[in-house]
Ligand binder design. Structure first.
Ligand SMILES: Cc1ncc(COP(=O)(O)O)c(C=O)c1O
Length: 441
């Protein structure tokens, strides 16, 4: 494919001279001819440097839940920065934001940070400090940010790196990670209670925390089986382990109160970012008062120069206010249901084996099997090559989910019924083309 028009290509080549691979985050690189350079975005659309319009289902990998360049959020930020942006003192905005997060999610206390990675790093530290234990459990295919501690057996792993499902190997995802820290992580398959119970009963004295993405936001939106999260909650209670919901993707997206509300299971600590600020860089660690109060100046560190800056706080306050005032989540759910139904019908009509995963605000399309994957290993058995061919066809026609099927389709409230119809028409055309070319039987 060559997704780049003349101007986009020109800017990408300039970018590649000064930014490794022309991007500021590895996941943005689609190849030298297909990585986009973006001029602007508004609502559900973005435009590349050639003025080509895309319906955006990446939404910055999830944050832009209201739509791009949301005027009320932008206005709130513009107003707030007139009085300065960084004081290294508490502001009323921070207090109001924390109160609002508490009200919407049910956590008891909050600390702000700037990115999902900062929030998860600090949650892990709090859990370790609270329990006096060092190790933590994570699940295969779950992504908790780019800190060394978390970069094991994430969604970037391939099947042959993972070891046996009965005794998974923590597979490092990058050179440059100290080998020794692999000792601090215990990796398990998602949705498998036997292995989880066995491991926790045998090793609980070493385990500070279990980290979980309640919905696998980095592997097509795979859902937890009904008993999985409640059992996890019980095991953590029984063995004094901190249960951390990493809600960086699900938070404020699948429901106002995130996965805790949707699944009716409470974690001890929760990490938020993405949809909290509609794209402005902000994150939060929330949790039970007793656990959050482990943070003690001079004893247990949680800090950051830019935490609670006026820009991020004003954006998050305006975003959460809109969640409370307007039917944002209802709209996204309705649109997502219509889109999932339409995709399902088109793929079925064309006889393409598939399963849709996830929830309407963030769902995945699994090709190559009609059985819904239950974990990362199941997912890897799907036809990823066909999926990326499909996305290439969609992208050429102006519909832009991520090329990697592990990344869900994200919806924003600005997406209209017409956009959904356009997306389905484009999907139909793309599937027909792939059939004509013999790429799908
Ligand atoms: C579940 C989850 N946790 C943490 C992170 C890291 O967030 P950030 O990229 O803001 O550091 C991500 C990023 O996609 C994520 O999906």
């Amino acid at each position: 494919m060559n997704l780049q028009g003349e101007q986009t290509s020109h800017w990408f080549q300039r970018a590649a001279q000064v930014l490794p691979y022309g991007v500021n985050s590895n996941f943005r690189y689609w190849g030298d001819q297909d990585t986009l350079v973006v001029q602007r975005a508004r609502g559900a659309y973005l435009w590349d440097m050639d003025g080509k319009r895309y319906i955006d289902y990446r939404l910055g990998f999830g944050p832009v839940i209201l739509g791009h360049a949301e005027e009320r959020v932008n206005r709130a930020v513009a107003e707030a920065i007139k009085d300065g942006i960084l004081f290294a003192w508490t502001t009323p905005g921070e207090v109001e934001l924390a109160e609002r997060i508490v009200r919407l999610t049910g956590v008891e206390m909050v600390r702000l940070a700037n990115s999902g990675t900062e929030a998860t790093m600090q949650a892990l530290r709090i859990a370790r400090a609270y329990t006096g234990r060092e190790k933590y459990v994570k699940f295969e295919g779950h992504y908790h940010g780019s800190a060394d501690y978390f970069m094991y057996s994430t969604a970037s792993a391939s099947l042959n790196m993972l070891g046996s499902p009965h005794s998974p190997i923590p597979a490092p995802m990058s050179s440059g990670m100290p080998a020794r820290i692999a000792e601090t992580v215990i990796v398990l398959p998602f949705n498998e209670l036997d292995g989880l119970e066995r491991t926790i009963k045998a090793r609980w004295g070493e385990i500070a925390a279990v980290f979980v993405e309640p919905v696998m936001g980095n592997v097509g939106g795979i859902l937890p089986q009904e008993e999985f999260l409640p059992t996890l909650r019980c095991l953590c209670d029984e063995y004094g382990i901190i249960l951390v919901f990493d809600e960086v993707k699900t938070g404020f997206r699948i429901a106002k109160g995130g996965a805790q509300e949707y699944f009716n299971v409470r974690a001890d600590l929760v990490t938020y970012a993405k949809a909290l600020g509609n794209g402005f860089p902000i994150a939060a660690i929330g949790g039970k008062r007793e656990v959050m109060m482990t943070i003690v100046p001079g004893q247990v560190s949680q800090s950051g120069t830019y935490n609670g800056n006026t820009v991020a706080v004003a954006a998050a306050l305006a975003t959460l206010e809109l969640f409370e005032k307007e039917p944002i989540h209802e709209t996204i759910w309705q649109r997502g249901q219509a889109l999932m139904k339409g995709i399902d019908e088109i793929l079925s009509d064309h006889g393409i084996e598939h399963a849709l995963t996830g929830l309407p605000p963030m769902f995945g399309i699994h090709l190559g099997s009609s059985r819904r994957p239950q974990n990362f290993r199941d997912f890897l058995k799907g036809n990823a090559a066909l999926y990326s061919q499909l996305v290439r066809g969609l992208a050429r026609r102006g519909v832009l989910p991520d090329i990697d099927g592990r990344e869900p389709w994200f919806l924003c409230a600005a997406l209209s019924e017409e956009d959904i119809q356009e997306t389905l028409n484009v999907l139909n055309d793309t599937v027909r083309e792939l059939k004509r070319e013999g790429k799908i039987q």
